[in-house]
Design a protein around this ligand. Structure first.
Ligand SMILES: [Fe+2]
Length: 186
């Protein structure tokens, strides 16, 4: 199966599931995050990162109810590793860092923590709470940490119930244009 077909299938199979206690499905959430990236004229790789930032959830499956989610599934690591097979670090690193970006923003921007959704506050605890000074320094040393922070904001924005963002089909050509050449046999 080619990559865009694989991505479409992942969203078809799991995308209808609700996005942890939010008013949007996983597919709607992904499309909204990607839409906000496009509105801000983010580069194509970052738009794709926004679209696929939760691909780890689509690959793994998680409980529908946030209250049943007792351990951090580390979806950002699962998603980042999957994306690294298909894209360069300008896509997978912001995805891998998007949960850390929440912990970073909670530590460095008090107003950010106050705006978090209820579900996001619950997962913040599972994810380790706000970063300490050493974690902040480590985060800021990562090459794509600023992109991860931008992605985080689109992630937080993409929770608008009852609104359909432009569809997945609008992104498939972009995905094809920035993907790594398919490996032999892959
Ligand atoms: Fe998300």
């Amino acid at each position: 199966m080619n990559l865009t077909a694989e991505i479409a299938t992942l969203f078809e199979r799991r995308g209808a599931g609700s996005y942890f206690g939010e008013r949007v499905s996983m597919l709607e959430h992904a499309l909204q995050a990607a839409h906000f990236a496009r509105v801000e004229e983010a580069p194509p790789a970052l738009v794709v990162a926004a679209l696929l930032h939760d691909v780890g959830h689509l690959l793994e499956g998680v409980p529908d109810d946030i209250n049943d989610w007792h351990v951090d599934a580390r979806h950002e690591a699962v998603g980042g590793a999957w994306l690294a097979r298909h894209f360069g670090p300008e896509v997978w690193e912001p995805v891998e860092l998007h949960v850390a970006a929440k912990r970073y923003l909670c530590a460095t921007e008090p107003a950010y923590a106050a705006r978090l959704s209820e579900a996001s506050v619950i997962t913040l605890r599972l994810q380790g709470g706000p970063m300490n000074a050493a974690e902040i320094a480590e985060f800021e040393s990562r090459r794509f940490h600023r992109d991860a922070v931008r992605l985080r904001h689109w992630d937080d924005q993409g929770k608008i119930g009852g609104w359909s963002a432009p569809p997945l089909g609008e992104y498939l050509a972009t995905i094809e244009s920035i993907r790594l050449p398919a490996r032999h046999g892959a």
